[in-house]
Ligand binder design. Structure first.
Ligand SMILES: Nc1ncnc2c1ncn2[C@@H]1O[C@H](COP(=O)(O)OP(=O)(O)OP(=O)(O)O)[C@@H](O)[C@H]1O
Length: 263
């Protein structure tokens, strides 16, 4: 369980939930992949979505990030109905998705990648031709972010040459450049070795000190270590919800994981 900084209340005063879904349902040609999901994610917590293969985790994630449109139900972010908001407009609202859609350009250095990301919210792009001093504030902020994710020694290395774990750290830096209030992480530990898992776990903990994190993650020990709340999905519906102790001892959850399926 994390120690979190004091949290501001949401702009609409609708309690502590930063995101809430009501009756969220997604059908694919009559097949119900997500059924009547009422998800509440508390501000400044780490919330994990888990469940056996095919449970509907990715579909819920894609609905929340607006990459899929629900068949029915609604999504509320900071009390505002964002069900029909375009994915590209979600970053402006403070919600940023990371990892599945890589934000890293392999032919640019670590510093250049972070600078590009920092220029996005300002509505300017690729100003490398500008005199160096014009970019100075961006430069300082880029260096801060690079240091924050532990990549200072790799600042001038092309992103394509970084190890998988360091690339992921760079993705964190480019994501944080957008100043998100909420981060949605799709399997942040996928493909990482033991040491990198440790490094990225600590980054997620630090990120969550004053932000909200929702992640889909298969690695249960990571989920146990990081999550304040876990929602377990099976066959498109919520089976259980609670902290790791509650969820891992829930007989229905244990049953859902028996029989060769894994989380
Ligand atoms: N575009 C699609 N068209 C048809 N069926 C789909 C589509 N996307 C997902 N499904 C089905 O919806 C169900 C839920 O899939 P989803 O990928 O959300 O599960 P998941 O929990 O993320 O699984 P995994 O852990 O294996 O990634 C599955 O039965 C899947 O085959």
């Amino acid at each position: 369980m994390q120690q979190h900084a004091p949290r501001p209340s949401g702009p609409t005063g609708d309690g502590d939930n930063i995101i809430e879904t009501r009756g969220l349902t997604k059908e694919f040609l009559g097949f119900v992949a997500v059924r009547d999901v009422n998800l509440k994610v508390k501000r400044h917590t780490i919330h994990a979505l888990i469940g056996p293969n095919g449970a509907g985790k990715t579909t819920v994630f894609n609905l929340l990030t607006k990459f899929l449109r629900p068949t029915s139900g609604s999504i509320h972010f900071n009390g505002v109905d964002v069900t029909r908001t375009a994915p590209a407009d979600m970053a402006g609202q403070g919600m940023v998705r990371s990892f599945q859609i890589s934000s890293v350009f392999s032919h640019l250095t670590v510093l250049e990648n972070v600078r590009v990301a920092l220029q996005r919210p300002l509505g300017i792009s690729f100003h490398f031709w500008k005199p160096r001093r014009t970019l100075h504030p961006l430069h300082e902020r880029a260096d801060e972010l690079i240091e924050w994710v532990g990549l200072t020694p790799y600042r001038d290395v092309n992103a394509g040459e970084l190890s998988y774990g360091r690339k992921r750290a760079l993705e964190f830096a480019t994501t944080l450049a957008l100043e998100p209030e909420m981060l949605l992480l799709d399997e942040p530990m996928a493909g990482l070795g033991h040491e990198d898992i440790h490094r990225i776990s600590s980054l997620i903990k630090r990120v969550a000190a004053n932000r909200t994190v929702l992640m889909v993650e298969h690695n249960l020990s990571v989920v146990a270590d990081l999550s304040d709340t876990i929602t377990v999905l099976t066959r498109g519906s919520v089976l259980a919800e609670g902290d790791y102790a509650a969820v891992s001892t829930n007989p229905s959850v244990r049953e859902a994981y028996i029989g060769g399926v894994h989380a």
